[in-house]
Write a protein that binds this ligand. Structure first.
Ligand SMILES: [Zn+2]
Length: 326
């Protein structure tokens, strides 16, 4: 069973919001593109694993573990009575050659990070974590390539032992069917949980006035919206979303763009470009945020991880529907 949900990376949410409200630099646009490709690969991995079934296993996805004073990110940990299997997911496309620790992509040259040594380090850290807790649990790892268009060329037996290609993925997941999780697996999972920390690497922020204020269409991104009583209608693509949906998207953007900057009702009204009346803004803030302080000095903290999570969790508490044209 999946214990942790796989969320969109914070940097992706930041760059998404930034890209809607400014023109991204070439560097940021490239980064956003790579993050989106990575996420697509992880979702594909989850889908296939879901189809194969994993009820007897503890599966942690997208977690940061603090081990020996440093923090390492893990795409997936699979815990059973046999120990821990680390899966690092690489959504590569194209032809790659591996010789020694050198990965080369056909047509574009050497790849800066050696995925196999990253995996080895990640595995080694978990082994030392086990030792530190007096449990020498077994840890092994695989690099998983979920993209059908990825091809790997290598003469090294050692490389093939550590990778799983898309074509073998179902069979690989099927191999976990004989595994189960009992007391031992639960103890291992407890140790892992005690070491989970928030992502310490994401620190990007921008100034409040450096990005475009206003609301934009969830379908096409256009800021040309027409006010109706409970909705805003996009003049570019015709999508219609409720005021509430727009405000939730704005709160999520605010969180990722400005970080520690206090979200107040005044700032939110400014950020939404006055497209929704003040009382509606106040109501939405009260519904989707924790409030701190009193009256005029009240500041709000978005309760949810991001727009998507808020929309899913509050689905039954929303009065007006959205109509997105694709
Ligand atoms: Zn639109």
């Amino acid at each position: 069973m999946f214990i942790t949900i796989r969320k969109k990376p914070e940097e992706l949410l930041f760059l998404n919001a930034l890209g809607r409200r400014t023109a991204l630099s070439v560097y940021d646009a490239d980064k956003l593109n790579r993050l989106e490709i990575g996420m697509t690969g992880e979702r594909e991995y989850d889908r296939i694993f879901g189809d194969a079934g994993h009820n007897g296993l503890y599966i942690y996805r997208d977690i940061y573990l603090k081990i020996e004073n440093s923090v390492t990110q893990y795409d997936t940990l699979i815990i059973s009575e046999s120990g821990i299997v680390v899966n690092e997911i690489k959504n590569f496309t194209g032809d790659y050659r591996v010789a020694g620790s050198m990965w080369t992509r056909e047509g574009s040259g050497p790849v800066p990070d050696d995925a196999l040594s990253q995996l080895r380090r990640a595995v080694g850290k978990l082994m030392r974590l086990g030792t530190a807790h007096g449990m020498n649990f077994d840890v092994s790892g695989k690099l998983v390539f979920p993209n059908e268009s990825f091809r790997l060329f290598s003469n090294e037996e050692n490389v093939w032992k550590q990778v799983v290609l898309r074509v073998d993925l179902r069979q690989y997941f099927g191999g976990f069917r004989n595994e189960y999780s009992g007391t031992y697996a639960s103890q291992v999972a407890d140790i892992i949980e005690r070491h989970i920390v928030p992502n310490p690497y994401f620190k990007q922020r921008v100034e409040f006035d450096s990005v475009r204020h206003g609301l934009y269409c969830g379908g096409c991104g256009s800021f040309k919206l027409e006010k109706h009583q409970f909705h805003l209608r996009c003049q570019t693509c015709g999508s219609r979303e409720s005021n509430e949906t727009h405000l939730v998207r704005a709160m999520s953007d605010f969180k990722y763009l400005f970080g520690p900057l206090e979200m107040t009702s005044r700032r939110m009204t400014e950020f939404t470009g006055g497209m929704v009346n003040y009382r509606t803004v106040l109501r939405a803030l009260a519904k989707y945020c924790y409030s701190h302080g009193q009256k005029k000095s009240t500041s709000y903290e978005f309760k949810y991880y991001d727009f998507e999570e808020a929309m899913i969790k509050e689905r039954s508490n929303r009065k007006y529907k959205d109509y997105i044209k694709k």
